[in-house]
Design a protein around this ligand. Structure first.
Ligand SMILES: *Cc1c(COP(=O)(O)O)cnc(C)c1O
Length: 416
């Protein structure tokens, strides 16, 4: 980055330090990952200079000879990888993708039904503070006391409120969703089924999580979580909804697509179709389960008792420490994660009872079961010493040492 170092030493320095942070800490934020160097090269390319309002073959500006090829390639790869009839790769991120779906099918005030935010749903599934909750009539379903989704209750609610869109998807649910069941509920209630696979798209691509594609009318996903691409999103749908979706993304919600991101998405989709990615996705789940077992064996209370995807939700109530206190102490020790509400949390959202952990990023740098066991041990040590900075510093040093042996994709140059 010698141009950047010359031009803008301040930003250069921040980026260098952030790279160092990503290299020497253990990143357990369930929505984060490390993209490959190839993806970063594509997103850092001259494609950022081009305006391309419209779609391949139907643009408003000239000079699209190569941009059209890039976007068509991304679309083709997305359709092949996920078995989709239609793909739109232009949404700027997951939230605008969901907004475009609402614009395509809803009028203001129409009813949507999604998982409640404090139970693992996403802001864009109808939370009060979100445009999805302000412009539409949002109803939400909750989990059982055990933390498991109760489909009979979802059905009852859907039949009572008759949503135009039923949403299946989550940011903090450690289990598999039954898409066939959701499909049946949507049909009975006369709703469209939207599956938001933002978190688990990479697991679907790798064949270790059921695909919602056969069941959903529309599927949205981010590209930067388990799918390991650049920040962005895609909408996959049946051919019958293709025109409505495309119109809702552009000109409905957005202007020109971010072509550099589209190129990065195309690269990530190629990577995700490889045998190596299949192995990666399987290892993500194995690693999450190994970490879950390490925590359970140390007396931690996991929501639903474990995980069958990439994420874990820990209820810290029996450990006498709040989610935020634990998350801060863990960060100081080199274990980066976020505090999170647990179902039926009695604490405030800003300082909830739980922490959320994910295995996607550490698996990208090569962690396996043995390292996950060690991570579980470190987490326990730090949580037992939340106000002991000496213990945190010691763990941080041990973690730096371990990270030397597991260079993250794109950050290999930081190994001493
Ligand atoms: C992360 C996420 C999104 C939003 O993605 P952004 O890119 O942050 O806008 C949408 N839905 C779900 C379920 C998510 O987990």
């Amino acid at each position: 980055m010698h141009y950047l170092r010359e031009q803008d030493p301040e930003i250069y320095e921040y980026i260098v330090q952030e790279e160092q942070r990503q290299h020497e800490k253990i990143r357990l934020i369930a929505s984060e990952n490390y993209t490959s160097r190839a993806v970063m090269e594509a997103t850092g390319s001259a494609l950022t200079n081009k305006y391309s309002e419209g779609y391949p073959g139907k643009r408003y500006y000239e000079g699209q000879q190569l941009i059209d090829k890039v976007e068509a390639k991304a679309i083709e790869r997305a359709k092949t990888l996920f078995g989709a009839e239609h793909a739109n790769v232009q949404p700027y991120s997951g939230s605008p993708a969901n907004l475009a779906v609402y614009l395509a099918f809803l009028k203001p005030g129409d009813t949507i039904l999604g998982m409640a935010l404090p139970h693992g749903g996403h802001l864009t599934h109808g939370a009060k503070v979100s445009i999805s909750g302000k412009f539409f009539h949002a109803e939400s379903y909750e989990l059982d006391r055990s933390g498991i989704l109760n489909y009979d209750k979802v059905r009852e609610q859907a039949l009572a409120c008759r949503p135009k869109i039923l949403i299946a998807g989550f940011s903090a649910y450690p289990r598999i969703l039954d898409f066939e069941r959701f499909r049946r509920i949507a049909d009975e209630a006369g709703a469209l089924l939207l599956v938001d696979m933002a978190h688990f798209a990479g697991l679907v691509a790798g064949g270790v999580y059921p695909s919602p594609l056969p069941y959903a009318d529309v599927v949205t996903t981010t590209t930067h979580k388990t799918l390991r691409g650049p920040r962005g999103a895609m909408i996959l749908c049946k051919e019958q909804h293709a025109a409505a979706i495309d119109k809702a993304v552009f000109p409905g919600c957005q202007g020109g697509p971010h072509n550099h991101t589209t190129a990065g998405i195309a690269v990530a989709l190629k990577e995700a179709a490889s045998p190596a990615f299949k192995a990666y996705a399987a290892q993500v789940v194995n690693n999450a389960q190994a970490l879950a077992a390490a925590l359970v064996s140390r007396g931690y209370n996991l929501v639903t008792g474990g995980t069958d995807n990439h994420l874990i939700l820990v209820d810290l109530n029996n450990k006498g420490v709040s989610g935020r206190t634990a998350a801060k102490a863990l960060d100081a020790a080199g274990l980066v994660l976020n505090c999170n509400a647990v179902p039926f949390d009695t604490r405030k959202p800003f300082d909830p009872s739980g922490i959320r952990l994910g295995a996607a990023a550490v698996t990208s740098r090569g962690f396996r079961e043995a390292q996950m066991e060690q991570v579980g041990k470190w987490i326990d040590t730090v949580i037992q010493h939340c106000d002991d900075t000496a213990v945190q510093a010691k763990v941080a040093d041990e973690i730096k040492e371990l990270c030397q042996d597991f260079p993250a994709p794109g950050l290999e140059h930081l190994v001493r």
